[in-house]
Design a protein around this ligand. Structure first.
Ligand code: PGA
Length: 301
């Protein structure tokens, strides 16, 4: 078969995303261009690789075989590029890191200083929620990831760095602002804003409620810590947030952290990669840089 790497990349993307349109968006090419290349690949294989069920595109049996092979080949090419760069000893090229959205409050500043030192690095950062970060890591889409709650299995090598302190945040003038030792049960009567399911922050909070045998009816569910913070400031309710995300607002007394039993929750941030994954020189340099530099940063309390 005469295949090109570009065809395999397109094919891998369509299989993973289950859509020609989304693959075209991901790879910044037109949808007809994707269709043409997949058609050529099918001609080479002599079998259909995808079938359409409703609006979704599924791989056929031949497509599944092709998918496994294309992952192998693309990963080998990635490793080859990495080994060549390593031999040259140059810290340059793509750096793919997925970051849970809450870590956006400190990661860009670490990256900024790193890029001053290594200007030939091409950062490709993806900020998304915990569930999606884990999915990307398992699909080998990134060099490594930054997240707060590691899954309980042993597929990953994870290194803790900064503290991730979670508190219950309220507007400074909230009726509970000056109260001491608030119980979780007392909070149930107040309007709660929560993150979407798949968020690490939400996951921790759900666990805590379960431990206390309490359930809450959230007033509103929002898709990012930034949206939650803005909603709390607007007086719409209270929310569990990483204290990294509200540092400035606490300083100017717009937000306060309530004194609730079991809070603040002390967690850690982790830099993690798949077990046994050999990092490229660029990724290894940034990984080590994060662990080293964060140890010199002032931690949030
Ligand atoms: P989140 O993740 O931004 O998905 O809530 C935070 C975490 O992993 O602790």
């Amino acid at each position: 078969m005469h295949l090109t790497l570009q065809q395999l990349r397109l094919f891998e993307s369509v299989s993973r995303l289950g859509s020609y349109t989304r693959a075209a968006e991901e790879l910044c090419i037109s949808q007809p261009a994707v269709s043409i290349q997949i058609k050529r690949l099918e001609e080479q294989a002599g079998l259909p690789l995808f079938e359409q069920v409703g609006k979704k595109t599924f791989p056929t049996t031949a497509g599944k075989t092709m998918y496994d092979a294309s992952l192998d080949i693309l990963n080998r090419v990635k490793d080859l590029n990495n080994s060549i760069e390593e031999l040259k000893g140059t810290v340059k090229g793509p750096l793919r890191v997925s970051v849970v959205s809450t870590a956006k409050y400190f990661l860009p500043s670490l990256l900024g200083v790193f890029l001053q030192q290594y200007p030939d690095v091409e950062p490709k950062l993806k900020f998304t929620n915990r569930a999606r970060v884990i999915e990307r890591l398992m699909n080998n889409e990134d060099d490594f990831v930054i997240m707060g709650q590691m899954p309980g299995d042993d597929n990953f090598e994870a290194y803790p760095f900064l503290n991730n302190i979670l508190g219950i945040v309220a507007p400074a003038e909230h009726p509970l602002a000056d109260k001491k030792n608030i119980t979780i049960k007392e909070l149930v009567n107040h309007r709660f804003l929560i993150r979407e399911s798949g968020s690490g922050t939400r996951y921790v909070f759900d666990q805590l409620l379960k431990e206390h045998g309490v359930s809450i009816e959230p007033y509103m569910e929002l898709g990012s810590s930034e949206a939650l913070k803005q909603a709390v400031m607007a007086g719409l309710g209270i929310a569990v947030l990483s204290l990294h995300s509200v540092q400035l607002e606490r300083e100017v007394n717009k937000l306060t952290v309530l004194d609730v039993e079991g809070f603040p929750l002390k967690r850690r941030w982790y830099a993690a990669h798949l077990k046994g994954r050999k990092l490229s020189l660029v990724a290894r340099t940034f990984f080590d840089y994060i662990l080293e530099e964060s140890s010199k940063m002032l931690d949030v309390e």
